[in-house]
Design a protein around this ligand. Sequence first.
Ligand SMILES: N[C@@H](CCC(=O)N[C@@H](CS)C(=O)NCC(=O)O)C(=O)O
Length: 309
Amino acid sequence: MTTPEIILHNYDTSPFSEKIRLIFGLKKISWASVEIPVIMPKPDLMPLTGGYRRTPVMQIGADIFCDTQVIIREIERRFPTPTLFPAGNKGVMWSVGMWTDKPFFQASVAVIFGGIGDAVPDDFIKDREQLSGNPFNIEAMKSAVPMMRDHWRAYAGWIEDQLDDGRRWLMGESPGLADISTYMDVWFLQNGFPPAANILNEFNLVNAWSERVSGLGHGDRHEMDASDALEIAKESTSTTETKEDPFDPNGRKPGDMVSVSPDDYGRTPVTGELVASTAQEIAIKRTDERVGEVVVHFPRAGFLVTPAK
Ligand SMILES: N[C@@H](CCC(=O)N[C@@H](CS)C(=O)NCC(=O)O)C(=O)O
């Protein structure tokens, strides 16, 4: 059997997708891009995820990976060379991701959307209010811009500090996950609201490094229609093996019905039957009339798992 294609459901302006596209570049992976809408509804994504709406989502046959944490883990497992961890330090690299994906990302959102201000379209504002469950308050973001610029500048200063011994990449002489995760926020600022990128003017090392990261490229990308991706899911069988987790502190086991949702935003729960779980990942099986049986994978850190009927 040939290995099914890697499919990334994404849109071009999505920073979290850029992180994955650059990993495809670093590892020279061939992949298919399915363009998904920037706002809900996402009618061709929901049959695959069962309700998870965030961007990106990776599909390999009938296995669906939600959140860049499990996407990255799966890419590294399938394509170990060149590694995303050229200097080891794996645990530290994952925790760097918590900084880049949360406080650094939130500072970027405030600086970008506060900067765009009244030009942010109404339907986008309404969608992001639904996503977060909070007001997407442009006035508040506008007034927060000076403080968030300060945070952003402090974070950029950390990148500059890391590079100031002359190294080319954050962990040494080869690119890895630290570069790509951190660059995501630099890319978002440069592309989301270019005037705000003047925060970077004082950071010569960061500017030179960011060009190197951008130069990793996106691997070998081709476009795919959403309908073809759904068809592939329908014709495929998940390759995830049922596996009990002997150390699960809550006694969860294959066959249990559970709901999984992010703990921060886009919290729609996805319900299914537990297939396999570890400290880092949970995979649940569900059925949809358009795609048949699929197995959906989520990270554990940043997600909530609750019993379901
Ligand atoms: N922790 C998630 C965050 C993903 C995320 O926030 N993505 C943004 C776009 S870059 C999003 O989902 N926005 C709403 C949407 O696309 O519907 C991950 O690592 O994948």
